[in-house]
Design a protein around this ligand. Structure first.
Ligand code: DLL
Length: 453
């Protein structure tokens, strides 16, 4: 059976948890409005910051009469969580909180999210639906190699897998030798981790003579928490023969399980009966029509601990138009290529790391391990891309290597319109990560420009 045919067999029969994915659209909109009205009332009554902002605009909860009226409401941002650290945006008594999660902020203090029993159930529902969308089901053995702890990846996928009746192996991130040993000995069928960590597992496995296609039982990879490209997906699938799925989410909204791609791979379906999506123009903050690219904004329709009204994610996406052939009625977003704050401005040109990744991986002998270093020579910005190439390539003569360097440079230049300096390096020489990988170093401001866990 080809991977494609297999994929098309994935979610039949539909797991009962997926029923809301297929709700008639009118019913879904009515449910969303009902939930939005309840949410706005709760937040207005219990969160002083939002109440003050709504009062300033002359907006009261009863003004929310249609879903479009969401545009009357103020936005929330990471800085609001930081400014009211740790509990200022909580909308329930502390007695109702059963678990905290935190995510790193841009300054020293993390942001703190409180979950009630209800919120944990809503989140688990999102993760179960995400996994069901991937085709994960009992009796899958699911190795959760996302970090457990304040980061939401580990516990989120853990509860999702258990909810579906899978056998979960809660190994957390790191300890790569043990990951590989258990994966092989126990016959893991589903791996959940960042795509960059999975690449590291493949790499370390190869060093030990492990061939994923021959020696492992893995059929599904549930990859997310960092931007990755279709080119990276193709690389992972061809190296391992698994089906690589894209799972999206963020701590402020729940964690993983806010959206997930389906077998059609048009984009990621949002579990919008709980997490209401909008796309806004990041400059004017005006809502954009479906199909247009902008900043992704979420409203947590059903959360009660730290509910978010119009939370600005900084992630760039668009809401897809037209029906999805999989039959789901919940809308889908385009996969996240970038965060607006990951954009590099090099010699005045806007560059996203994912564009560079797409160019690099279009060349066969390039391995999916690279680092981007942005610097300055005099007044001029410079960009160097260090990239691993296969060992066989490295043993080629200098002329062949130089030709490869040029080909890679041209492939990237075609996409970003800048000519990068390409440095070819041997396999296993660039940094690896057990969680989110930082691939960009911007020496111009002496700071590393993407974030980690
Ligand atoms: O990364 C939650 C998560 C865990 C998602 C495991 C998926 C799997 P945070 O640490 O708060 O939460 O980071 C959220 O990570 O705003 C995106 O910029 C990025 N991100 C998450 N998933 C994806 C994805 C978790 N599939 C931030 N593609 C988000 C691209 C992603 N970026």
């Amino acid at each position: 059976m080809s991977l494609y045919e297999y994929a098309h067999d994935l979610d039949t029969p539909v797991h009962p948890v997926s029923a809301p994915d297929y709700m008639p659209v009118e019913e879904l909109r009515a449910l969303q409005l009902h939930r939005l009205q309840g949410l706005v009332r709760r937040v207005y009554d219990h969160v002083p910051l939002t109440r003050a902002r709504m009062d300033e605009r002359g907006v009261r909860p009863e003004h929310i009469q249609t879903l479009k009226d969401i545009a009357l409401l103020p936005f929330m941002m990471k800085t609001d969580l930081r400014d009211t650290y740790p509990f200022g945006l909580f909308a329930c008594p502390m007695n109702d909180i059963v678990r905290f999660h935190c995510s790193s902020g841009t300054t020293g203090k993390p942001i703190v999210i409180g979950n009630t029993q209800n919120d944990i159930r809503v989140w688990q529902n999102g993760c179960m639906r995400a996994l069901a969308l991937c085709g994960v089901r009992s009796p899958d053995i699911m190795q959760v190699a996302y970090g457990y702890g304040l980061f939401t990846g580990g516990l989120g996928l853990h509860y999702g897998g258990e909810g579906l009746g899978c056998a979960v192996l809660p190994i957390s991130g790191g300890n790569t030798d043990r990951q590989l040993m258990l994966m092989r000995d126990m016959g893991t069928t589903v791996i959940a981790c960042t795509p960059s960590y999975f690449l590291h597992l493949i790499d370390e496995g190869m060093k030990k003579g492990i061939d994923f296609k021959r020696d492992m039982q893995i059929r599904h990879g549930v990859f997310g928490a960092e931007p990755w490209t279709e080119e990276m997906r193709a690389k992972i699938e061809s190296l391992t023969g698994i089906f690589a799925h894209d799972i999206y989410g963020l701590t402020e909204i729940a964690g993983p399980g806010v959206a997930n791609d389906c077998r059609c791979r048009r984009g990621l379906h949002v579990f919008e009966d709980h997490f209401y999506p909008e796309i806004v123009d990041p400059e004017t903050l005006e809502p954009l029509p479906d199909g247009e690219q902008g900043e992704l904004v979420f409203t947590t329709l059903t959360r009660t601990g730290t509910p978010m009204l119009r939370y600005r994610t900084r992630d760039i996406s668009r809401l897809l138009t037209g029906a999805c052939p999989c039959g789901r009625t919940i809308r889908a977003i385009e996969r996240i290529h970038a965060r607006s704050d990951d954009m590099l401005i090099i010699r005045g040109v806007n560059v996203f790391p994912s564009q560079i990744e797409a160019g690099l991986l279009s060349i066969d002998s390039v391995l999916p391990h690279y680092q981007i270093v942005v610097g300055k020579e005099g007044d001029l910005d410079t960009i160097e891309i260090k990239v691993e190439v296969t060992r066989e390539t490295f043993s080629d003569d200098i002329k062949t290597l130089e030709r490869l360097r040029q080909r890679i440079g041209q492939a990237v230049q075609r996409i970003i319109n800048l000519s990068p300096h390409i440095t070819l390096v041997e396999p296993h020489t660039l940094p690896r990560s057990e969680g989110k990988l930082q691939r960009v170093t911007d020496l111009r401001n002496r700071a590393v420009s993407s974030k980690g866990v």
